[in-house]
Design a protein around this ligand. Structure first.
Ligand code: CA
Length: 731
């Protein structure tokens, strides 16, 4: 039952087709007398709310351009197929929802377009939800040409999902989503009630922009369903989307329901795979998986029954194991709903694989995952590897997969030879442009898509003179990518710098500036904070007599981004005031994407040089993706030099990675303290180092199949020759 229009709502009417003619001055009418296809401009949240109460099929409600702060935007309205209700911005991108804003949609035949969410985060579980509440779902409704950029909760452990589709027959298309940093998928389709199952949703022509490494499970870009409802069909079509560097975790997409279609999408430089994790009867066709040679890029990982993977193009994918170009998993006999159901009746046909590092067959085979694939076929595929290496790895019995008519450029393992014709001159028959979609055909045209490049490049040079607090003063006016160049001399800083942008601090000449600091940290990184230091001499001698000082640390206050720290050609000494003094440390709930150290020295440190072990809850969360040290010296360190902790048993992350190469260690580790403690680290390289007077590295395996590379090291002085001792906590 619609009530008459309020006077205020009425005064804002503008007729469609004559948008320049405002009717604001015309006499009031009753709502019943208003013809459909009205265009109504609203300027405040109150006006919007009021207009919506009286929205009629065919209405167009226009949000005035500007920034709408803390807008709890609720759209419950009922249009018709012929006359939907359309809510849009005055001009595309002209309306910014910032602060604690969110959008909930419930009703029928609604269209929302032209909004930009940025400069804030949702106070709810979603930014955009296709339901008003659990009783009021959206049906036959559409969200299009909308942007969500960097709208991440500053506490990266707080879980939310930017877009959640509920209801049925909804469409999410031509949207732009970039930069989710906190826990939870970027987008999800929920099947939690019957009204949201067999939903026939369409997700198409969206630009899913870069999603950095999350550092735990929960960094998926799209999830459809959950294990609980996974034997129910979703029937969602995911078509012509561009997934650009979506690298949050091992699953780019986690498919957890039945009857879905993934068609004509491009996955570019995205780590992990489209994972058919739960549910049956899904079709994957016409997609382009282009890793462009980037790390851990994969294709499709197959679990469950009746999945079809056909006519896709897999190109330049470097991933192995769970991140392989094609991964067919072993299942668990009589699997619980949340484990691995057996591969049964799967067909992989007419695909092209070009320069793929790994095709993993019966992957995951172990005492629990012992059910090999059955009733399945891999046929008429083309495998071209310029390197000439064999990508096929076989982990269990493959008699349940029929291989036939495949073409390959190099010999394959004997077990699958009958299904392959080897022809070293075979070449790709269909160009990659026939697959997937181009980036510029997705998202919106009026909002820029992010490019690559180092965060430390592109800024201006700021000259800094020696003295008290001259570095922090210079940083006050610095912008992302700027370079502070320090003249020779002594610098002392008496305050903590909360650094939220990436900057370089470097010597202006060959003479190393000397830096001291008086608080427990000099730099606390948050938000986009990052540091590249070059040619400096840093001393901890002026630090307070506290336990737990650190030259560089992080804080979750102010936003938890993916930090990068580079320490180049620098010296760090006398970090020996009190104990547990580190050079680089992480606070709980914070994350370093990369800590890179080259040609630097560290001496007299009462603690760990790199202290990255505060996530001790065993939730699978950790503090650093890459710790990479080369050509550096460590002497008189109470140690361990590096403490890295990744607890938990899930297999959702690629990291942490720890590399120490061509470095020297002497007098590290008081009493029994190890040279390093690497707990749950997935990739370890310890190569060409020399070690004297130190205990071995303590390497603890908790999950995955890490294979440490330990080679070319020399160990002297302690009476022990081993450099790494492994403890295996896997069952
Ligand atoms: Ca996951």
């Amino acid at each position: 039952m619609q009530r008459p229009m309020t006077a205020i709502g009425f005064a804002l009417l503008v007729m469609t087709g004559c948008a320049t003619t405002t009717v604001a001055s015309e006499p009031a009418q009753t709502a019943e007398a208003v013809t459909p296809d009205r265009k109504i401009i609203v300027k405040t949240q109150a006006e919007f709310k009021d207009m919506l109460k009286h929205a009629q099929p065919g209405d167009q409600i226009v949000l005035a351009n500007g920034t709408w702060t803390d807008f709890d935007m609720v759209v419950e309205a009922y249009g018709t197929a012929d006359a939907p209700i359309w809510i849009t911005s005055e001009t595309p991108g002209g309306v910014v929802l910032s602060g604690q804003s969110s959008l909930r949609i419930g009703g029928e035949h609604l269209i929302i377009s032209g909004l930009v969410f940025r400069d804030g985060y949702t106070p709810r579980n979603e930014v955009i939800s296709f339901r008003r509440d659990s009783d009021t779902l959206a049906r036959n409704s559409r969200v299009t040409e909308t942007v969500i950029e960097n709208y991440s909760n500053p506490d990266r452990t707080q879980r939310d999902i930017w877009v959640v589709m509920y209801g049925q027959n909804n469409r999410f298309d031509h949207n732009h989503m970039v930069g989710k940093l906190n826990s939870g998928p970027t987008m999800a389709v929920r099947l939690n009630t019957e009204d949201s199952q067999n939903n026939n949703h369409r997700i198409d022509h969206n630009y899913f922009g870069p999603r950095p490494v999350f550092g735990s499970n929960g960094g998926e870009t799209l999830r459809i369903g959950t294990s609980h409802y996974s034997l129910t069909d979703s029937n969602t079509v995911v078509e012509s989307n561009f997934f650009d560097r979506c690298s949050g975790e091992v699953e780019i997409i986690s498919n957890k329901s039945g009857g879905n279609t993934y068609r004509g999408n491009t996955f570019y430089e995205s780590r992990g795979t489209l994972t058919l994790r739960h549910g049956n009867g899904t079709l994957v066709e016409g997609n382009l998986f282009d890793g462009n040679g980037a790390l851990y890029t994969g294709g499709v990982r197959i679990i469950n029954a009746q999945q079809t993977i056909r006519e896709n193009y897999f190109k330049d994918l470097t991933g192995k194991r769970f991140s392989g170009g094609l991964v067919i998993m072993n299942g668990v006999p009589d699997s619980p709903i949340n484990r691995y159901h057996q591969v049964d009746g799967v067909v992989v046909e007419d695909n092209q694989f070009e320069n793929i590092a790994a095709i993993e067959l019966a992957e995951g085979s172990d005492t629990e995952r012992s059910a090999v694939p059955v009733n399945s076929a891999v046929r008429n595929n083309l495998f071209v590897n310029e390197s000439g290496s064999n990508p096929f790895n076989i982990y269990d019995d493959l008699s349940g997969i029929r291989f036939a008519g495949n073409m390959v450029t190099q010999p394959v393992p004997e077990a699958i030879q009958p299904g392959f014709n080897v022809d070293s001159s075979a070449s790709i028959t269909r160009n990659h442009t026939e697959f997937g979609i181009r980036r510029e055909e997705t998202g919106v045209s009026w909002y820029p898509k992010p490019t690559g490049g180092s965060p430390f490049e592109g800024g201006k040079v700021i000259s800094v003179s020696p003295g008290e607090n001259t570095i922090s003063a210079a940083l006050m006016s610095a912008e992302p990518g700027d370079r502070l160049q320090l003249a020779p001399g002594d610098y002392n800083e008496s305050t903590i710098v909360n650094l939220q942008i990436p900057v370089t601090i470097e010597a202006a000449s060959d003479v190393a500036p000397r830096i001291t600091f008086e608080r427990k940290n000099l730099f606390q990184l948050s938000s986009n904070g990052g540091l590249r230091l070059r040619g400096l001499n840093v001393s901890g001698q002026n630090a307070p007599d506290n336990v737990g000082n650190s030259f560089i640390s992080t804080t979750a206050r102010g936003g938890g981004g993916n930090h990068i720290v580079e320490l180049l050609d620098s010296q760090f000494e006398n970090f020996n005031v009190n104990r547990s003094f580190s050079v680089v440390a992480a606070a709980k709930g914070t994350f370093y994407d990369k800590i890179k150290v080259k040609r630097s020295s560290f001496s007299n440190v009462n603690g760990s040089v790199f202290k990255l072990d505060v996530e001790t809850d065993d939730f699978g969360i950790y503090n650093v993706e890459f710790l990479k040290v080369e050509g550096s010296q460590f002497s008189d360190i109470t140690g361990p030099v590096a403490a890295v902790y990744r607890g938990g048993r899930d297999e959702s992350t690629f990291g942490p990675h720890v590399t120490f190469k061509a470095s020297q260690f002497s007098n590290v580790g008081r009493d029994d303290t190890p040279l390093m403690v690497l707990h749950g680290v997935q990739h370890v390289i310890i190569e060409s180092n020399s070690v004297s007077n130190a205990n071995p590295v303590k390497f603890v395996i908790t999950t995955g199949k890490p294979k440490p590379v330990v080679t070319g090291n020399t160990v002297t002085g302690s009476g022990r020759t081993v450099i790494l001792e492994t403890t295996d906590l896997r069952k």
